[in-house]
Write a protein that binds this ligand. Structure first.
Ligand SMILES: [Zn+2]
Length: 337
């Protein structure tokens, strides 16, 4: 509690933009009878309300925790039991400590009177690379222990039972996509899929190459979303897909987005194959007809940043061009495609 107070004060003093953001109200959108989308706290936050408590996907920015908690309290007075993180990003995990400290796991219910102890509070669940990155010795200042996931998985998926979590919930890893610790979170009975930052209705996908992300991993994740979702008719309706940022979506929205990302990837790849530099690829404006939708003026994540991330991702493991022979003396070697 003391720690999170200090963090939010520091954020308010050092980052006036965030202080301004504190004025923003949290908006609550009903998705299903007991399932809600909360926007305005950073990344989208999903809340499942069930008789024993609340299960959240993501927790917004640290400095928005009080407002987010107040909004959750309008949905249920019960403890926050579980917080599932779709990635390590600060706008998706920032509220872990504050929101988690108000909760408690169902298995800990018989010692609820002692929850002031640091080992109690909501259980935080994520891919194990989220924990690895949060607890990396290079992270300064260190992430408070109560912000870090206590339950992680490293295989392709993790099942959570209906009894404890309010629905049959399945986490699917999206390897090397937005980062190397992304999860797609499917609520089986509610038929809602919360997918984090591999999908946004308001921006290009942020491909965080430095934290293990890749453009091809993002495209694989978008295809995985389409595999998991059940549309009602053709690609419309059915499973509600909650993006990391922006509005509620369905399979058709994801399919259009997947096509856009694939087309831009192919254009950048074409430039890479021709030996073009990053500047030459940028100058060809491979995103041009999509910029009005996904990178309007003033966007934090610009078209150039997206193109640069794709270029970096596609050339990451290539030998430096200078090491290649200037001209092949014999017949060209067979090339694996
Ligand atoms: Zn985000």
């Amino acid at each position: 509690m003391r720690r999170s107070f200090r963090l939010s004060v520091a954020a308010a003093l050092l980052l006036p933009a965030f202080a301004a953001a504190q004025q923003t109200d949290i908006r609550v959108t009903k998705v299903r009878d007991h399932f809600f989308l909360l926007t305005g706290a950073g990344g989208n936050v999903a809340a499942l309300v069930f008789p024993e408590g609340v299960t959240l996907v993501d927790s917004g920015r640290t400095e928005m925790s009080d407002k987010l908690l107040a909004a959750i309290r309008t949905l249920s007075p019960r403890p926050i039991r579980y917080i599932i993180n779709t990635s390590v990003d600060a706008d998706h995990t920032g509220g872990n400590e504050k929101l988690g400290s108000t909760g408690g796991q169902i298995t800990g219910g018989n010692v609820a009177g002692q929850v002031a102890d640091a080992s109690e509070g909501a259980e935080i669940i994520a891919h194990e690379n989220v924990l690895e990155r949060m607890t990396d010795p290079g992270v300064k200042p260190p992430v408070p222990i109560r912000m870090t996931p206590g339950t992680t998985y490293h295989v392709s998926h993790l099942k959570l039972s209906t009894f404890y979590h309010g629905d049959g919930i399945e986490l699917f890893t999206a390897p090397a996509a937005h980062t190397d610790g992304d999860s797609l979170v499917y609520f089986r009975k509610n038929d809602v899929l919360v997918v984090g930052d591999v999908f946004s209705t308001t921006s290009y996908p942020v491909v965080d190459v430095d934290r293990g992300g890749s453009i091809n991993g993002v495209i694989d994740a978008l295809n995985h979303i389409l595999d998991l979702a059940f549309p009602d008719f053709r690609l419309e309706g059915g499973t509600v897909i909650v993006p990391g940022h922006g509005r509620l979506a369905d399979s058709a929205d994801v399919a259009y987005y997947r096509d856009m990302v694939t087309i831009v990837r192919d254009r950048v790849q074409d430039g890479v194959k021709k030996g073009q530099t990053l500047e030459q690829v940028k100058a060809a404006r491979p995103t041009t007809e999509y910029d009005g939708l996904y990178a309007p003026a003033g966007s934090a994540y610009t078209a150039d940043m997206f193109v640069e991330a794709i270029y970096k991702s596609l050339t990451k493991n290539r030998a430096p061009a200078a090491k290649a022979p200037a001209a092949a003396p014999g017949p060209a070697p067979a090339r694996r495609r």
